[in-house]
Ligand binder design. Structure first.
Ligand SMILES: O=C(O)CCC(=O)C(=O)O
Length: 286
């Protein structure tokens, strides 16, 4: 499949300026229409299926809260771990239209979770949040460094009322906290908020330090986006300490010996478990 932005070998000074000042960029027509259609068909097919939430083939058996097909939120379906659902989703990994931006704004990216979000009529606005502390977004010697960078591919129109992403441009450099009780889910009524509109095939990439949310859906049609999230490889330590990575994880039988602060310091190990001792999940007996 051809790639309309293949010719872009490097990120321009203007794009660098815009990403830094806004905290995001939109790459118009980044993904070829045939691929967008194939991705969208795979989302629709997988949303219609029941999924075996007990992962097979050597992967863990999960009884957690976040399923492959997540319907916890009213009028929304989220699918997690996309390449497990259909190989077509592989084609977006390191897609040439946005890979140069990942490298320019992160250095050495690693893909972490991949997921789709489809919103249906009646989906309410979501609360403002950001996944990276603002101090972690830096620019040194002319190099942007965002250790978490999320790449959103629009598969359907994202027009006003479709439940688009909303952002507060520049908030990745904010110095004051938003008054959450007042503005938490106020969407576009929040001071400074804008929505990211676009067409199928447009890509919206943002630093996770940027305050973002989802707007209220007022149209009746389905709105679907894919999210491919990336972390810097230094935040993904099994990458650089690969020879020791297998020693990192301790089973619950060992962590049972730990005190509270020791358990807290090793909390990520709970998230690797089939039965997790995190709030709302079943407790492991191991
Ligand atoms: O698609 C949306 O409405 C926003 C999703 C979002 O805020 C997120 O995934 O962090």
């Amino acid at each position: 499949m051809s790639c309309p932005r293949e010719s872009i070998a490097s990120v321009t000074d203007e794009e660098r300026f815009l990403f830094d000042i806004q905290g995001f960029l939109v790459l118009r027509g980044a993904i070829e229409p045939e691929l967008v259609a194939a991705l969208d068909a795979a989302v629709v097919a997988n949303e219609a299926k029941d999924h075996d939430e007990r992962w097979a083939e050597g992967l863990p058996v999960v009884h957690g809260q976040h399923f492959t097909k997540d319907t916890n939120v009213e009028n929304q379906i989220r699918l997690n771990g996309l390449p497990r659902l259909d190989p077509v989703f592989d084609q977006l990994i390191a897609h040439p239209s946005y890979l140069p931006y990942l490298k320019a704004f992160m250095g050495e990216p690693q893909l972490v979770n991949t997921w789709s979000i489809s919103k249906y009529a009646g989906r309410e606005a979501t609360g403002w949040h950001h996944g990276l502390p603002i101090e972690d977004y830096t620019v040194r010697n002319g190099e942007i460094f965002s250790p978490i960078l999320n790449v959103i591919t629009m598969l359907t129109p994202n027009h006003p009322g479709d439940g688009c992403f909303t952002v507060i441009p520049g908030s990745h450099k904010k110095n004051f906290t938003l008054h959450h009780e007042r503005w938490g889910s106020a969407g576009l009524d929040t001071p400074g908020a804008i929505e990211i509109t676009g067409e199928p095939g447009d890509v919206f990439l943002f630093t996770e330090a940027l305050t973002h949310a989802g707007a209220k859906k007022t149209t009746s049609r389905r709105r679907t986006t894919l999210q491919y999230n990336h972390v810097h490889q230094h935040r993904c330590s099994p990458m650089w300490d690969h020879h020791n990575a297998r020693h990192y994880w301790m089973p619950p039988s060992i962590r049972a010996r730990f005190g509270l602060s020791q358990r807290e310091l090793t909390r990520w190990m709970s998230y690797t478990l089939p039965d997790r001792d995190v709030p709302g999940a079943e407790k492991s007996n191991d």
